[in-house]
Ligand binder design. Structure first.
Ligand code: ADP
Ligand code: ASP
Ligand code: MG
Length: 294
């Protein structure tokens, strides 16, 4: 049994959240490949690391350095490493990262460093191998994911790796430069890894207990959808239900890997299962015939 787990921004937001993710991973030996986002918001008006990294690139373009914006990022990662108690020369890694952002002058490169740093730290914390998605995920000359190349690379790179932490969100373009997916793209990376390793399940760990019938920010009492098809979820995502990136369905679906949306803060909740077949029994159960509204 192989499970690929993707932990989103709130699940990587600070040491407390990372500890929670660690206990989820270590409670099930089949959770072998972990795809992570950059640290997201810790509270309502907090700023995501990814947003700050775009700001760094802006600062580089305007002034030649990102001293000012990057110092906030530095502080946040140093605090995480200190609170986790991992032995990693994070200051050195951060200095190299700042230099690389200043040299590259690329928004995609800058943005990708959030996932890169998050994965480096989380791999050290779990005591497992860090595998860079830049080695595996390729885009073609039109900017589209090169599915065949990527799938082969994921399969061969991870074939003899028992457990790994892999950054989400980016890969390389046909010229070998770092390129990201669109925002929220770590969901796609998780799905690509799940397909490549022929996982039995792709668990997408976030801050809600599954796909809700409506956006909980609009309807707070919205109920969790227990089961939904790939097709239905793609339509809901496309229409604006932002829990899962709309392009995250395709790779998992191709390999027939079910997707389970789970809540890092409520791991006992079963979440939402996304599968190929519609759950006809829903009607017998007295469940609504309308699956969701976006
Ligand atoms: P992550 O950082 O883990 O990828 P996201 O913020 O991308 O998490 O997605 C989870 C968020 O999606 C939830 O916190 C919720 O506010 C929002 N959301 C929008 N529509 C829905 C829906 N129908 N069901 C559940 N969550 C939804
Ligand atoms: N960190 C990226 C973003 O904020 C990608 C992701 O979290 O999925 O969009
Ligand atoms: Mg997301």
């Amino acid at each position: 049994m192989i499970k690929v787990c993707k932990f989103g921004g709130t699940s990587m937001a600070d040491a407390k959240a990372m500890n929670q993710a660690k206990s989820i991973i270590e409670s099930d030996a089949s959770r072998r490949y972990i795809v992570v986002s950059a640290p997201g918001k810790r509270f309502k008006d907090d700023i995501k690391i990814t947003d700050m990294l775009y700001k760094c690139n802006q600062e580089v373009l305007e002034t030649g350095t990102c001293e000012k914006s990057f110092s906030i990022i530095k502080q946040r990662f140093i605090e995480i490493v200190k609170d986790l108690g991992v032995s990693l020369d994070i200051e050195e890694i951060l200095n190299e990262t700042q230099e690389a952002i200043e040299m590259n002058k690329s928004a995609d490169f800058a943005a990708s460093r959030g996932e890169y740093l998050s994965a480096r730290i989380f791999a050290a914390f779990l005591g497992v191998e860090f595998v860079d998605c830049a080695e595996m995920v390729r885009f073609d000359r039109h900017g589209k994911l090169n599915d065949d190349y990527t799938d082969d690379k994921v399969a061969s790179r991870l074939a003899n790796v028992e457990r790994a932490v892999i950054p989400g969100f980016y890969g390389k373009n046909f010229q070998g430069e770092i390129k990201t997916f669109s925002r929220g793209g770590s969901d796609i990376s998780g799905s690509i890894v799940a397909r490549g390793v022929k996982a039995d399940l792709y668990e997408n760990w976030t801050d809600v207990s599954g796909f809700l019938v409506c956006d909980p920010r609009i309807v707070p009492e919205a109920k969790v959808i227990k089961q939904i098809t790939y097709k239905e979820v793609r339509e809901l995502s496309y229409m604006g239900a932002s829990v899962l990136h709309e392009d995250a369905i395709y790779p998992a679906r191709m390999a027939n890997v079910p997707i389970n949306i789970r809540n890092t803060n409520a791991p006992e909740d079963p979440g939402t299962m996304i599968t190929a077949e519609p759950a006809y029994s829903k009607i017998d159960d007295g469940e609504p015939i309308i699956t969701g509204i976006a």
